[in-house]
Design a protein around this ligand. Structure first.
Ligand SMILES: *Cc1c(COP(=O)(O)O)cnc(C)c1O
Length: 396
């Protein structure tokens, strides 16, 4: 396996990924700088709490949050955010999770914000309480989330509210922030895939959310199993405590600086997050990728992607192709390809040699999306060949 191609050694095929940084396709393709930092990190022993303190300082700088934590992904960040909202500094509650029936554990989730990732919140032991309607989303009406809908659901058993932010849902974020603030309820925001643009790293915190989760393995270009939880210091500290290896002697334990030991009535045992520990390699890799991401020139990168997409579109002549610029997608430019049976064509491309993946996110309206976020430049030509052939055979 010292072989330079570990996938060939395992008999696993490489794929052309024009579907985006999808977890099931391995997420981001890391820059050599990130890989080298991870390799260097792997060759030493460090105190993980101390390393997370350093990560917190760096994440705080970049996001404007009080504190930050490297997690094993945005989903893990959501579970830890929920666990922190339930347990705060209470070690007995930390020890009990995910069994939280005996104490306040409700998390409000607007029906407009219910995603498959709500499971990550519930995994903490939280009970999800659906509120409001989805009139705007379904086209049934004009209204979004309203303050009274949140307030009517408040009770002593509510520990937090969750919000999945994107270009569409963000219009409802200010009312959620104001209402949670007024009632002392932490607001947890899932912004896993809201990068780029880079401004979003600090935007939701600046708006006033308490905790925000980002994926490290998507646009940030970090390790696939990495993510960020940023926000209020006390909540991030609780999340960190519930993630750390806590097989420590209370007499010799030196807690991370983030943790105010005076707030703890004892030393926690392994928490709910022990199974999704972030390793030194992920932490260093994520921070290196974060630095690169912050330094990068989004506008130049998007212009370069548009140039590649235009060249691809030209070669697919005859096909119904539309370039959607970054300004419109809110992230990277994409090509939308209108086809008679999007999922049939997608399945055919995935079965090809080499397998090709386009995004199926608009398949329901007859569109396959060529998302170049992690598409390697050397894959442009074989992608055009495979796509051209598949389009021709469906036309025939
Ligand atoms: C990708 C994604 C997640 C999960 O992120 P991971 O970093 O893979 O754990 C959560 N929420 C949303 C909206 C996502 O797009």
């Amino acid at each position: 396996m010292a072989d330079s191609d570990p996938y060939a050694a395992l008999g696993v095929r490489r794929r052309i990924n024009a579907a985006g940084a999808l977890t099931r396709l391995g997420g981001a393709v890391m820059a050599p700088e990130v890989v080298e930092a991870m390799a260097a990190a792997s060759r030493a022993s460090v105190d993980i709490g101390e390393l997370q303190d350093a990560a917190s300082a760096r994440i705080a700088q970049v996001t404007g949050a009080e504190a930050g934590l490297v997690t094993t992904g945005a989903a893990a960040a959501l579970t830890l955010a929920a666990a922190a909202s339930i347990a705060r500094w209470d070690v007995a509650k930390m020890a009990a999770l995910p069994h939280a029936e005996a104490f306040p554990r409700d998390i409000l989730v607007p029906r407009t914000h219910r995603t498959g990732y709500a499971h990550a919140l519930a995994a903490s032991g939280a009970r999800l309480v659906d509120i409001g309607h989805n009139d705007r989303g379904t086209g049934a009406g004009v209204r979004g989330l309203e303050a009274w809908e949140i307030e009517a659901a408040l009770s002593p058993s509510v520990v937090a509210m969750a919000f999945s932010v994107n270009a569409t849902s963000i219009v409802d974020l200010p009312v959620a922030i104001a209402t949670c603030r007024a009632n002392g309820i932490p607001l947890i925001v899932d912004a896993a895939a809201q990068l780029p643009p880079r401004e979003n790293l600090g935007k939701f915190i600046a708006m006033g959310v308490d905790l925000v989760a980002f994926s490290g393995g998507k646009a940030l270009g970090g390790p696939q199993a990495s993510g960020i939880l940023a926000g209020r210091r006390d909540l991030v500290a609780s999340a960190l405590l519930q993630q750390l290896d806590m097989d420590v002697a209370p007499e010799t334990w030196s807690p991370p600086r983030l943790v105010d030991r005076a707030n703890l009535r004892g030393v926690p045992h392994h928490g709910i997050g022990r199974g999704f520990k972030a390793g030194k390699e992920e932490i260093v890799g994520l921070l290196t990728a974060l630095d690169r991401f912050v330094r990068a020139d989004d506008a130049a990168a998007n212009t370069a992607l548009e140039t590649r997409l235009k060249a691809i579109a030209l070669k697919l002549n005859g096909a119904q192709v539309k370039l959607v610029p970054a300004a419109e997608t809110g992230r990277v430019p994409v090509l939308e390809i209108a086809v008679p049976d999007a999922l049939a064509l997608s399945a055919r491309l995935q079965r090809g040699d080499p397998p090709v993946h386009l995004s199926e996110r608009h398949a329901a309206r007859g569109v396959l999306t060529l998302d170049p976020q992690v598409l390697l430049p050397e894959h442009d030509a074989p992608l055009v060949a495979a796509l051209g052939a598949a389009l021709q055979s469906t036309a025939a």
